[in-house]
Ligand binder design. Structure first.
Ligand SMILES: [Zn+2]
Ligand SMILES: [Zn+2]
Length: 491
């Protein structure tokens, strides 16, 4: 059962027990009755009993109708919220503050679950803004709260971790830690979420409930989102939004899609063992290099011969380590890589076949093989699947801010995101934030040692986070408190 449906049922029950607010019901009825009466006009005439039944049904289903008809509210000032927020985030004092945070984090990149200084900086800024938070969650994670402290709750999320790679960009704020770099833009993500916090704090009178700020560790393979979920951060949260900077889209543009956006992903590593010896006397050895080579070729047949061509999947061997001399056959070879798919079934089928092919093909060459999927250290990421109702919300909000022509639909990508762990629990929406600005030259892709952030994108990200959350609370949620439910009691 989908979450929105559960929500509808519980609010309906609540209305029954609370004896519904009359004014709310009346306004809902006036919107809904038009639709329903026009639907009925082509059918038989209704008896007075039918009308009584219809009216009482409408009264009970009031919140459902608000959920499905959010666009009818966009005439009363809601449409101005996103552009007002953007103007605020572009103010020089806010912009400069976001830039300075981003640069500070960029200079001191920290890997997954080691984001101690980043987390400290976040908490210091939340303290400065007077925003309460919970810490630590999942080692370094921080959960901030803005608004009434009461339901409904909506979450916005940033990841904090860097990558184990050397920065090659020579600039004033280059990484000061050798071998570590913010090459995926998570430094900008943190800065934008703090920017959103500032926007929200300045406009707190608009928050009809509570916005939860999720600063999570270890997105790059560590599954920090999974640990945050296990810590219970989504308890009673109705929806969550996340973004990623995108060097390939122009600044002032955003892109996403309803349904599957990013693939599910897993990693594997195999040790293929033979028997080492002199390279000139192969008959006395069992050559694991040749076995591993055949394994790799056979793995390529999984997608090309076994998968449905209309069901996108990837198997890539990205690691091959074996031998160190020109004239020695090594004892063993280690290979490793990643596999991707959009459905759980395809994903698990790939996993099973990867193991079978590696062990089976190694055996053909008289080698033994062991396969490790790192299920604990690098949990499989589910596919990132955007909830359809939230897609409409995103288009409305982003359209109001930057124009609907700059709110693009995009094709799915085989990349992955641990944001999907949140989406497994509650409706969630993930989108890409454009950064490209031709005047500054082409921006290298994420995970490049030459990766750069166009800091002009920061106000867009901050304002979008804040607008998506505020408008969600204003448009999607019932106006009555959910008195029967327990909620985040740390406030
Ligand atoms: Zn990344
Ligand atoms: Zn990333």
């Amino acid at each position: 059962m989908s979450r929105p449906f559960q929500f509808m049922l519980s609010t309906t029950k609540l209305h029954l027990s609370l004896s519904l607010s009359f004014s709310l019901s009346l306004s809902l009825f006036s919107v809904s009755a038009i639709n329903i009466s026009s639907n009925l006009s082509s059918r038989k005439k209704m008896s007075s009993f039918d009308w009584v039944f219809l009216i009482s049904t409408l009264l009970l289903l009031g919140p459902i109708l608000t959920f499905s008809d959010s666009s009818s509210l966009s005439s009363d000032g809601l449409s101005e919220i996103p552009s007002n927020f953007l103007n605020f985030a572009k103010k020089s004092e806010v912009f400069d503050w976001m830039v300075s945070i981003r640069r500070k984090i960029h200079e001191n990149p920290e890997l997954g679950y080691e984001e101690f200084e980043t987390s400290k900086l976040i908490r210091a800024e939340l303290d400065n803004m007077g925003i309460p938070y919970k810490y630590p969650i999942a080692v370094t994670g921080v959960l901030g709260f803005i608004g009434s402290g009461k339901p409904p709750f909506v979450a916005i999320r940033a990841d904090m971790d860097a990558l184990p790679m050397q920065e090659m960009v020579e600039w004033e704020h280059k990484s000061k830690i050798p071998g570590k770099m913010h090459a995926c833009g998570h430094d900008a993500h943190v800065s934008m979420l703090l920017g959103a916090a500032k926007v929200l704090q300045e406009h707190h009178e608009l928050i009809q409930g509570t916005v939860v700020l999720v600063f999570q560790p270890a997105e790059e393979g560590g599954g920090g989102a999974k640990k945050m979920v296990e810590a219970g951060i989504l308890e009673n949260v109705e929806a969550i939004f996340g973004l990623h900077v995108a060097p390939e889209f122009p600044i002032g543009e955003v892109a996403s899609r309803p349904g599957p956006l990013l693939a599910g992903s897993g990693f594997f590593e195999a040790v293929i063992s033979g028997k080492g010896g002199h390279a000139a006397i192969p008959q006395h050895s069992i050559d694991p290099i040749l076995a591993a080579s055949n394994v790799i070729v056979s793995l390529q047949h999984l997608v090309s011969r076994e998968a449905d061509p209309l069901d996108s999947q990837v198997v890539t061997v990205a690691k091959f380590q074996g031998g160190g001399a020109f004239n020695v056959i090594p004892d063993s070879v280690t290979i490793g890589g990643t596999f991707r798919a959009f459905t759980k079934e395809s994903f698990m089928q790939l996993k099973q076949r990867i193991e079978e092919v590696i062990t089976g093909q190694a055996a053909v060459q008289r080698c033994n093989a062991t396969v490790n999927f790192f299920a604990k250290e690098k949990p499989f990421f589910p596919a990132t699947i955007n909830e359809k109702g939230l897609h409409k919300h995103f288009r409305n909000v982003a359209g109001d801010m930057i124009g609907i022509v700059n709110t693009k639909d995009m094709q799915p990508l085989m990349g992955s995101e641990d944001f999907s762990f949140y989406q497994e629990m509650i409706p969630g929406y993930f989108f890409f934030l454009g950064m490209k600005d031709e005047t500054n030259g082409k921006l290298p892709s994420v995970h490049s040692p030459y990766f750069r952030i166009n800091e002009d994108a920061l106000p867009y990200g901050a304002a979008l986070h804040a607008s998506l959350a505020v408008r969600y609370l204003l448009e999607f949620q019932p106006k009555v408190p959910l008195v029967n439910e327990k909620y985040h009691d740390e406030l």
